[in-house]
Design a protein around this ligand. Structure first.
Ligand SMILES: Nc1ncnc2c1ncn2[C@@H]1O[C@H](COP(=O)(O)OP(=O)(O)OP(=O)(O)O)[C@@H](O)[C@H]1O
Length: 253
């Protein structure tokens, strides 16, 4: 697998504050699903905003899709922030059409494509509904679909399932695992849920508070395609324990 994203010795500090992280390095290869876990406030969302080109790093460089580090990244990743940001005055279908409208591509073919995707996402019957009329899981699926319709190969998914109840979350895991192998995209995924990280990812990166240097990683050796049953594969519990142990140790370091 070739490299899609490389962060090289990236540092960031808010003005007048100590560094949030320094000299942080990581890579994502094409087709990979990589999770980031770490304590609240360690800078995960800020890191995503930097990768998406919304915030400027204070040091280090970023290479995305083979582009030179100094090239602008705005609009080159498919970024799903922590709050779903569906526009309340637009229907589900019109929310999903938004990325295509912004690119000036919202023609009849695009509308047909969005309707086809809504069908695949189990949202066909809600295409004319407004966000407030959807359940939490449906909102997240709609926001996820809108993110997928953005052009960037790299998905930046900031705790997409964090606010869902346990059963809806499990449904979303089943749905994403079924979808993932056919998508041909790559993902960086923030979560606080260690089992979710292991179930979905090829690698899990640990980001302690005040991170400095390359992030420690755990390679998830579960075969793909995966299903919810992958939770019960031999080795899953041991990996969960190992991840917890490393997270705890990195917190103390
Ligand atoms: N604009 C800002 N100015 C100053 N400090 C900020 C600003 N935005 C965020 N912070 C602080 O920076 C730190 C990192 O925030 P960030 O949202 O990146 O953390 P996080 O790891 O994503 O947290 P969580 O897991 O709780 O979502 C926090 O302490 C936050 O309060």
């Amino acid at each position: 697998m070739d490299e899609l994203l490389a962060l090289n010795r990236l540092s960031f500090a808010f003005p007048g504050q100590p560094p949030l992280f320094s000299e942080l390095s990581l890579t994502v290869r094409r087709g990979e699903f990589v999770s980031i876990v770490g304590a609240s406030g360690c800078g995960k969302s800020t890191l995503f905003k930097i990768i998406a080109g919304l915030v400027q790093q204070t040091g280090g460089s970023i290479r995305l899709q083979g582009l030179a580090p100094e090239t602008g990244r705005l609009g080159k990743t498919a970024y799903m922030p922590q709050q779903d940001l569906l526009l309340p005055w637009r229907t589900v279908q019109d929310n999903c059409l938004l990325p295509l409208e912004i690119k000036g591509k919202a023609d009849a073919a695009a509308t047909a494509h969005v309707r086809d995707m809504l069908q695949r996402f189990g949202l066909a019957e809600s295409e004319k509904a407004y966000p407030h009329e959807l359940s939490g899981g449906m909102r997240q699926r709609a926001a996820f679909l809108r993110t997928l319709l953005c052009e960037g190969e790299l998905l930046l998914l900031d705790e997409p399932f964090g606010a869902l109840d346990a059963i809806t979350k499990r449904d979303m895991h089943r749905w994403l695992l079924e979808l993932w192998d056919g998508l041909g995209r790559s993902a960086l995924f923030i979560t606080h849920d260690l089992e979710e990280a292991l179930l979905l990812s090829d690698r899990v990166l640990l980001m302690p508070k005040g991170s400095s240097g390359p992030l420690q990683e755990l390679v998830v050796g579960l075969p793909r395609p995966r299903s919810l049953q992958s939770n019960y594969e031999p080795g899953f519990v041991a990996m969960r324990a190992e991840l917890e142990r490393r997270l705890y140790e990195s917190r103390l370091a």
